[in-house]
Structure formats: C-alpha cells, structure tokens
Design a protein around this ligand. Structure first.
Ligand code: PEP
Length: 247
C-alpha cells in the first residue's frame, strides 16, 4: 500500500506573534503539494492564530493534551479544546514530555486513547536514549513504548508513529538512513505481529531527530520512512524543502 508522506513541524516552546507570522508566510507561499500531509505544532497560545492564518493545506496540531475532557487540571489542555479550535492533531509521547516532564508509558497511553476517542488524531512518539541504544536495548524500549497503546486496543487509522531517537533530537546528530530504516522496519514488524498485517502496511512511521533540508532526501528514500517530525528546522524556510524531500 502507498502510504502518504507526512511531515510534521514541532515548534516546541518557541516563537511569538512576529515569528509565527514569518513561519506562516513561508508556508503559505510554498507550492501546494497534494502528495504530502503537512502538520505544524505551535505552542498552545498560538494554535488559534496559526490555524486562522495558515492556508488550508497546512494543518495545525497541539503539542500535548491531557487524558480527560475538562476539570481541575491546572495548566493542561484537553482534546475537546483542541477540537473546539477546529484542529485535528496532537503530538503525544514526545521525548521531552517523557524525559523532562516524567510522563510514563501508561499516562501517554491513556492520553492517546482519550485523544482518539475525542476525534483527535495522534502523532505518537517513541524512541530510545543513547545509553539504551549503547546497551543494546533499542528494540525493547521502542516496543515497550508501543506495547502500552497496543494493550489499550487503540484503532490505528488515526495514529502516525514518530520514531525519534532521543540522542538525535536537537543535537545535530541525525540517525543514518540505515539506522533509522532498521528501527522503522522493526516497528512495522511489531505492528504486523501484535496488531495486524493491514495495520502494519497502512500505518505511517515517520522519523524525527535533527532532520534538515540536507539529510531529508536520503532518509526519505528508505522504504519504511514515511515522513518526518522536524523540530528546529521547522522554524526556518528550509522546512519547505523537507516537505518536498520526496517529491
Ligand atoms: C522534535 O522536536 O521532535 C525534533 C525531532 O527536534 P529536532 O528536529 O530539532 O531534532
């Protein structure tokens, strides 16, 4: 099955109205490319503004959400609110949520279930730390993170998996196309065994970790790499080259 290329831009906790205007301008000026799903994730205060100003072909995601619709959870936002803004996507399980904010596999799985049940699609991030890779645990760690949502019996049509090795995020150290392909292939085999061959075939597995306009084309040639989740480079006009890396 041909999987549509997917490129996400994670702005993290960066920006102000002026810089959002700059990013919106280069995205709106870019040529439309119907072969790629493009989804950018501004910080929560700029979600509505980005949505109002971006052209129709560029979708907007939240960077996180909580596991219930509303209540006494100071500082959190819910999938219901994301939907109320007219948005369709959320990033969950990003390594900064896992490792800076201590989110567990169990919490991320609960959030994923709730987001999907609320009609929000999920970019579900997984990835091993450097010490885990060096100790030979890359497969176990990524499979454990995935197993947490397999155990919940989620439906997979609204999930994109982002494999983001923690050692490659924001470090300038990209996984080689071979290193990334190896893990993507393992993840697809995992889905085939634990979920179904059809889900394994249809689910997009995107790579994240210091993707740039210079390395995107080579990474994008690998058969199991279905796109990218891009942090730093998504703030710059070169992001458009990454969007078009496979075109
Ligand atoms: C990310 O934040 O998901 C990411 C991959 O960041 P960077 O591209 O900056 O490594």
């Amino acid at each position: 099955m041909a999987r549509k290329f997917f490129v996400g831009g994670n702005w993290k906790m960066n920006g102000d109205f002026a810089s959002v205007d700059g990013i919106v301008a280069f995205l709106n000026q870019s040529a439309d490319n119907s072969n790629v799903d493009v989804v950018v994730a501004p910080p929560a205060p700029y979600l509505a503004y980005a949505k109002a100003n971006l052209k129709a072909g560029v979708l907007v995601a939240a960077q996180n959400c909580y596991k219930t619709a509303k209540g006494a959870f100071t500082g959190e936002i819910s999938p219901a609110m994301i939907k109320d803004l007219g948005l369709e996507w959320v990033i969950l399980g990003h390594s900064e949520r896992r490792h800076v904010f201590g989110e567990s596999d169990a919490l991320i799985a609960e959030k994923t279930v709730h987001a999907l049940e609320s009609g929000i699609k999920v970019i579900f991030c997984i990835g091993e730390k450097l010490e885990e890779r060096e100790a030979g645990h890359t497969k176990d760690v990524n499979f454990r993170q995935l197993q947490a949502i397999v155990d919940k019996g989620v439906s997979w049509e609204n999930i994109v998996i982002a494999y983001e090795p923690v050692w490659a995020i924001g470090t300038g150290k990209t996984a080689s196309p071979e290193q990334a392909q190896e893990v993507h292939e393992w993840v697809r085999a995992f889905l085939k065994e634990k979920v179904s061959p059809a889900v394994a075939d249809a689910t997009r597995i995107i790579y994240g970790g210091s993707v740039t306009a210079d390395n995107a084309a080579e990474l994008g040639k690998k058969p199991d790499i279905d796109g990218f989740l891009v942090g730093g480079a998504s703030l710059k006009p070169d992001f458009v080259k990454i969007i078009n890396a496979r075109s």
